[in-house]
Ligand binder design. Sequence first.
Ligand code: CTP
Length: 412
Amino acid sequence: MELRNRHLLLGITGGVAAYKAAELARELQRRGATVQVVMTEAATRFIGTATFQALTGQPVFTDQWDPRIANSMAHIELSRRADAILIAPASADFLAKLAHGLADDLLSTLCLARSRPLLVAPAMNREMWAQAPTRRNIAQLREDGVRVLGPASGEQACGETGEGRMLEPEDIAEDIVAHFVPQRLAGVSALITAGPTFEPIDPVRGITNLSSGKMGFAIARACRQAGAQVTLVAGPTALPTPRGVHRVDVRTARQMHQAVLDQLDAPGARPGLFVAVAAVADWRVANASSSKLKKTPDGAPPVLQFAQNPDILAEVAARPAAPYCVGFAAESEDLERNGQDKRARKGVPLLVANIGHETFGQDDNELLLIDAEGLQRLPRASKQALAAQLVAEIAQRLAATGAAARAQAPTP
Ligand code: CTP
């Protein structure tokens, strides 16, 4: 319910993608928003007002002179009530109107009369999207502070393939959620490990653990929503990639280790934050077989030998100019002492302990934050809600270390 108490005005303009606006209205409501629909006359040729009236439980407005709103001020009334205005789909024509400040129907007039943020999800044929006037209008809208969501590339209703498709309703809803999140990690590049690792025994068998990856993926999503650039190094899991997150899939602990080092040493923005959420196997099978192990006539079981895997978190934390490192721990007893010990052993400023034995695969969790200042409990909540709280805590500590480092740096 990340959009609880949010009131959104969903403007629908004339384009075949208007049929997807029904799904979008549902998606926004599913996340807790109330949705008020306003349609252009052209939009009503693609999909009926009754659909949205039924879906949102609110009257749908199309007409500037709608007698249901007293004093003929529908444009002011409607735009003041909304926390944000979202136009989806936004046709080329409607974007042109917005860019030029035209106000010749209810939707364009309320956009011009707005005092709240405006987001648009363009949808049009690829040639229309590529044309100079559309390029100019989009540039103008961005300059005017309008958020442009998408468009996506792919197959179009006209049969052509290219850029101009409206984003999928779920992606638009994700962007709307992120729009309301304070940008505490803006400008930060974050690296996150998540999920289990899989250590092969032979080509068809291996050793893994019960980590679902849910907490790490939730943290990646929350970091992205808070404005970070996020790379997620994921062990084997079927979870979908959070929107806007760069995902690197790995299988073994050693692959995870290498992927993390590659990211740290890659040219470009060096990660300023490393959150190790993965349940990394401590050992791998040193004598893994390259062919499938067979039963032997004497019934003797295979003998596995183990070798220790690299400790990714400890190694990253020990690097010169290390990013701000956050570790996770699943301790079952004496959380505080074991947590502080592990924090020291790993050399990290913040260790997050899962409280309770069985959090693997569950949708909620309870966390204990352990740092130099002591302990802080984040009470039981969904992993997504906890991830958002944790990211706010991390951002605060990250800002404080940045400030401390700046204070220590010699003045030029
Ligand atoms: N971790 C890591 N690389 C490893 C093992 C652990 O990066 N090879 C990270 C985990 O992602 C987690 C933290 O270290 O953030 C603690 O993991 P945990 O398994 O609790 O720690 P261990 O070092 O395995 O300690 P223990 O002796 O309690 O098993």
